[in-house]
Design a protein around this ligand. Structure first.
Ligand code: NAG
Ligand code: NAG
Ligand code: NAG
Ligand code: NAG
Ligand code: NAG
Ligand code: NAG
Ligand code: NAG
Ligand code: NAG
Ligand code: NAG
Ligand code: NAG
Ligand code: NAG
Length: 579
């Protein structure tokens, strides 16, 4: 009998005591990245299905202190920027801490964390050993399939279309297989059921065992919100769902999620075109100039896409070309972020006239990282894909023909070829094992049977659901669905206009609703729809020179109102800065 076998039971007893009857005492110290924040690490079971087996995970936390006097402090407020796979620590330090603190009038300690498997959490969900292999894996993956819109409407193109998808799928499939083969110990312990138990452990450690979760979840962070309220309904404090992912579709194979996500892409493209046209050529470079009034912006974008399909434009450095697939990826990515549109319009206009430089600069700025040491350990930059796969039901049985049909359907419905850019998850999960974590997600089970609504209503807990009306990634229909599932324990507040999550464009009415909820606990008695207070194509200043220019708000605002809008933009910049 070895020492190891002898000691294991003792270790398990000690760890069991730690988790069942006491809370970890966290030692905070100033964060290395910025001394305005404190950082610490929480130790939690790696496998909640057998929490006392001695295996642990380490999850880093960061805190931006409440600014009010101690007696006015309301506890802690967690935030998560989604992904999945995004670092909450980066989000907090990049401005979410300060911005959310301003919006909530300093009443809370604002906390974020790197979800298990992600960022500086350990074990890290890595798919390769070194950063060099990881970057080569990413570089081998095309940004999107090479497809042009008219191919969708002409049956004789189908073999070509199918071949393009096959080529794309096979490249992404290689990554999925390599990732599964690497078999990180975080691979099957990083799904939502595990993350929400960590969130409860964070609240235990910070506000005590009877503490409630206050939370602002953005985008995929709403999946953690939905899983949490079903798992721990008695611990629901004030929870904001911002940019809602459909929790039911997320429990199914990814083929269910994709068509649920893409319902407002055409509306967003139309917003881009109409806002640009209204702004005129001085504020939006793509606004139809008097020299060529024959084509509207929608038609020009489609034309450019077709032209790139036949004739890719060489990038200035001559090592690569801007293809239709790259254009799809670029447009699909920036459609989510309206403050970037003036810059995007300038780059697209330049490309239209044969100047590839601004486009290439924006694209490489968004996709390239510089590696100083190829043999340094992996950063886990691909963790989002396997996390998404293991949160879904297996997609292993999804055929490529099914994928092709699905893409064809949503592309025709939204009248755009750009949705190909959103295929990577489906391709990845289709080529990923059927294995799932031991502890299954609830998905939407206790939402659909109204169990959660009943418990929340009995406890007078109300959550706040917020969404833009034209969100190309997390459609308002998913927000409405969540509101229906929580018909007596939630309120829905939306804002007009485009963008992914409500913070992507300032809206005074909307941010005031969030503030009142977090500060006073009040939710509006009926659903509300607010206007945006930010001009997308303001013209002048640095508007067309940066993807996040200084914001311009329309209306007459008090200092306090302006502060709320500015704070929203600070949170947005932190959000869009994430990979
Ligand atoms: C935050 O508050 C704690 C407790 O009062 C204090 O120890 C810590 O120094 C504060 N951190 C910062 C960055 O001010
Ligand atoms: C540290 O964070 C604070 C609060 O977000 C910010 O005001 C400050 O500029 C940051 N400092 C550095 C050096 O980044
Ligand atoms: C369909 O595509 C074929 C080429 O594959 C082309 O010959 C034909 O003209 C196209 N039809 C239409 C209606 O565009
Ligand atoms: C992956 O690792 C786990 C332990 O973390 C082990 O139980 C499992 O058999 C491994 N799977 C493969 C396919 O190697
Ligand atoms: C103007 O639009 C027509 C199509 O209506 C197009 O063929 C032409 O290239 C455009 N000219 C310029 C200068 O953009
Ligand atoms: C833009 O032009 C296309 C074709 O030229 C037309 O079908 C479409 O209705 C126009 N859109 C707008 C908003 O005018
Ligand atoms: C590169 O990283 C490896 C692994 O961490 C390390 O052993 C090596 O010393 C590093 N090389 C340089 C030049 O920093
Ligand atoms: C529920 O909470 C609201 C807002 O805090 C409060 O006005 C109301 O009286 C509470 N109702 C019950 C039954 O506790
Ligand atoms: C909270 O409620 C108080 C009392 O009704 C009100 O004066 C205050 O403006 C409210 N604060 C917020 C942020 O809604
Ligand atoms: C601000 O301008 C936008 C258009 O950029 C408009 O949709 C919105 O209604 C305006 N908001 C207000 C409060 O006037
Ligand atoms: C990668 C993976 O798990 N592939 C599986 C997909 O499903 C088939 C049929 O069930 C299995 O044979 C594969 O191993």
């Amino acid at each position: 009998m070895s020492m190891a076998t002898y000691w294991r039971p003792l270790a398990a007893v000690a760890i069991g005591l730690l988790w069942t009857s006491t809370h970890a005492t966290l030692i905070w110290a100033p964060c290395a990245g910025n001394f305005s924040f404190d950082c610490t690490t929480l130790t939690i079971p790696l496998e909640y299905a057998s929490p006392n087996n001695g295996q642990v995970a380490h999850v880093p936390l960061a805190r931006y202190n409440a600014t009010v006097p101690a007696r006015e402090r309301r506890g802690t407020l967690l935030t998560n920027p989604g992904g999945p796979g995004s670092s909450g620590i980066d989000f907090l330090l990049a401005g979410a801490g300060e911005g959310i603190s301003t919006i909530t009038e300093g009443h809370y300690d604002i906390i974020s964390w790197d979800p298990r498997g992600v960022g500086s959490a350990r074990p890290l969900l890595q798919c390769y050993t070194t950063i060099g292999e990881e970057e080569r894996g990413a570089a081998d993956q095309p940004l999107a399939a090479e497809i042009e819109y008219t191919q969708f409407t002409n049956a004789s193109y189908m073999p070509e279309y199918y071949a393009a998808l096959e080529e794309y799928d096979s490249a992404v499939g290689d990554l999925a297989r390599e990732c599964a083969e690497y078999n990180s110990s975080a691979l099957y312990t990083s799904s939502a059921a595990y993350v929400v138990r960590d969130m409860a452990a964070i609240v235990d450690a910070l506000d005590g065992e009877h503490g409630k979760l206050n939370y602002w979840g953005l985008s995929y962070g709403t999946i953690y919100g939905a899983e949490f309220i079903q798992t721990f309904p008695e611990r629901v404090g004030k929870i904001v769902f911002d940019g809602v992912f459909d929790a039911e579709a997320n429990a199914e194979p990814y083929t269910s999620q994709l068509p649920h996500d893409e319902l407002y892409v055409r509306d967003t493209i139309n917003d881009f075109a109409s806002m640009c046209t209204d702004a005129g050529p001085d504020a939006c470079a793509l606004s139809t100039s008097s020299s060529n009034a024959t084509m509207n912006i929608t038609a020009r974008l489609a034309n450019l896409q077709s032209s790139l399909f036949g004739n890719p434009v060489p990038a200035p450095d001559g090592t690569w070309s801007i293809t239709a697939g790259i254009f799809s990826f670029f447009m699909y990515s920036y459609l989510k972020l309206p403050p970037s549109w003036p810059t995007v319009a300038s780059a697209v206009h330049a490309l239209e006239t044969g100047d590839a430089e601004p486009f290439a600069t924006l694209l490489t700025g968004a996709t390239t990282t510089s590696i100083t040491n190829e043999s340094a350990p992996s950063t886990g930059s691909m963790a989002g894909w396997p996390i998404q796969c293991t949160d879904n039901a297996p997609s292993n049985q999804t055929s490529l023909h099914e994928v092709a049909r699905l893409v064809l359907g949503i592309s025709l419905a939204e009248e755009t070829p750009w949705l190909n850019a959103d295929l990577s998850t489906l391709s990845f999960c289709r080529n990923f094992p059927n294995t799932r974590p031991l502890l299954p997600n609830l998905g939407a089970r206790k939402l659909e049977n109204e169990e959660t609504d009943t418990i929340l209503a009995a406890r007078n807990s109300s959550v706040l659901i917020v969404n833009p009306l034209h969100d190309p990634t997390t459609p308002v229909s998913s927000a409405q669905r969540l509101h229906e599932w929580l018909s007596t324990s939630s309120q829905l507040v939306t804002r007009r206009g485009p963008g992914h999550t409500t913070i992507s464009l300032g809206s005074l009415g909307l941010v005031q609703a969030i503030r009142e909820y977090f500060v006073n606990g009040t939710v509006p008695s009926t659903p509300e729809v607010h206007d945006i207070s930010q001009i997308v194509f303001p013209g002048g200043g640095d508007a067309a020179e940066s993807v996040n220019p200084d914001p311009v708000f329309n209306g007459t605002f008090t200092e306090k109102e302006r502060e709320l809008l500015e704070a929203t933009y600070v949170v947005f910049k932190a959000f869009m800065g994430l990979p």
